[in-house]
Design a protein around this ligand. Structure first.
Ligand code: SF4
Ligand code: SF4
Length: 341
């Protein structure tokens, strides 16, 4: 028998997280895709650049973690090579965020010790998932999850919650247990990339988020799955912190743009860029100038980009402060034995 434990995961200054978009191309065309070719180009990094940039961002004095992203990163013919390079450089954890198609025979080119595979699925059935992610995607993705789990890979799953699939979120824990998924990331839909075209129509209200998400997370954890989801709404006594000021995160794109905040990615606000394998700081109005602003609503970028998720009381004060989008809550299963220790 197991029970669960909820905690907010604070930012760790001794940890460095590299979100490495190795290409922007994808075989799918999801309705909420956040990739923005106008800002991030249509190229893929070369094998040499992949190695160089992995080396550039690895910090031996910190726990360095890399997440390979796209587009669809498995479409890059050198992804397996990049994973091995990251391992040799000493990255502590290596994750591949995939839509489940696993191109270039990835499973046979890396071993379960090399990387965690993080699959994206937006519904517990084809009827819910496929109108969002594309026809036949549910079948391919779940098939490959089963295959990877049978080979011993550690599997995570990301579910981006929106009005399109909120109701069916509660059915996910059962499916995850059946698929042998170890970690479940519930993601909130943001107004980025293609989602912007839908206006506020896809985003959840605070009530919807606070009612549905913690309960499903709890249910999944009770089945033995580690669950992570964004905090979004800070409690009254919780401190607001901007990851841009206190954490060491880098969101890297193939055109050399480097952001510290994912909410800024639709704009040329990147505070850094890579040129000739050197990390350079940009001048002018860049994201880091916004990180220092203190407002009663919490996150400045949220207030600028998606003010619709902030509500105010009669005296004009925000009812909830919005946390940094990178602040997570985690619910983990704990065994009865651990509890009584
Ligand atoms: S799989 Fe990812 S990159 Fe591809 S279309 Fe969907 S959201 Fe965009
Ligand atoms: S989401 Fe908001 S709080 Fe987080 S890094 Fe960006 S600007 Fe800062």
């Amino acid at each position: 028998m197991s029970t669960t434990q909820l905690k907010t995961v604070g930012f760790k200054p001794n940890e460095r997280n590299i979100f490495f978009h190795i290409l922007t191309a994808c075989n799918l065309s999801c309705r909420h895709c956040y990739i923005n070719p106008a800002q991030h180009g249509t190229t893929m990094v070369s094998r040499q650049t992949m190695d160089d940039w992995l080396r550039l961002f690895h910090d031996p004095d910190k726990e360095s973690n890399v997440i390979f992203l796209g587009g669809e990163p498995t479409m890059h013919p050198d992804l397996a090579h990049g994973i091995k390079t990251a391992r040799a450089l000493g990255y502590q954890s290596i994750t591949v965020d995939t839509n489940g198609f696993l191109f270039h025979d990835l499973l046979s080119r890396i071993s379960p010790d090399d990387a965690v595979l993080s699959f994206s699925l937006d519904g517990p059935s084809a009827e819910v998932n496929d109108p969002i992610r594309g026809e036949g995607v549910f079948a391919t993705c779940t098939e490959n999850i089963k295959k990877a789990a049978a080979m011993g890979f550690s599997i995570s799953l990301i579910y981006t919650v929106s009005k399109m699939n909120l109701e069916q979120l509660a059915q996910m824990p059962k499916l995850l247990a059946k698929l042998k998924v170890e970690r479940f990331f519930i993601q909130v839909i943001g107004l980025r990339g293609k989602s912007v075209q839908h206006g506020n129509n896809l985003q959840l209200t605070p009530e919807e988020w606070l009612t549905a998400i913690p309960q499903t997370a709890e249910n999944a954890a009770a089945l033995g799955i580690d669950v992570t989801f964004p905090k979004v709404f800070l409690d009254k006594d919780e401190k607001f912190e901007c990851a841009g000021n206190v954490a060491d995160n880098y969101f890297i794109f193939p055109n050399g743009r480097v952001y510290r905040c994912p909410l800024c990615e639709d704009y040329p606000l990147n505070s850094m860029r890579i040129e000739n394998n050197q990390l350079l700081t940009n001048e002018g109005l860049t994201e880091d100038k916004l990180f220092t602003l203190e407002i009663p609503e919490g996150c400045v970028m949220n207030k600028l980009l998606q003010p619709g998720n902030i509500t105010y009381d009669d005296s004009g004060h925000p009812q909830h402060r919005i946390s940094c989008c990178l602040l997570k809550q985690k619910i983990s299963p704990i065994s009865t034995n651990q509890k009584t220790l």
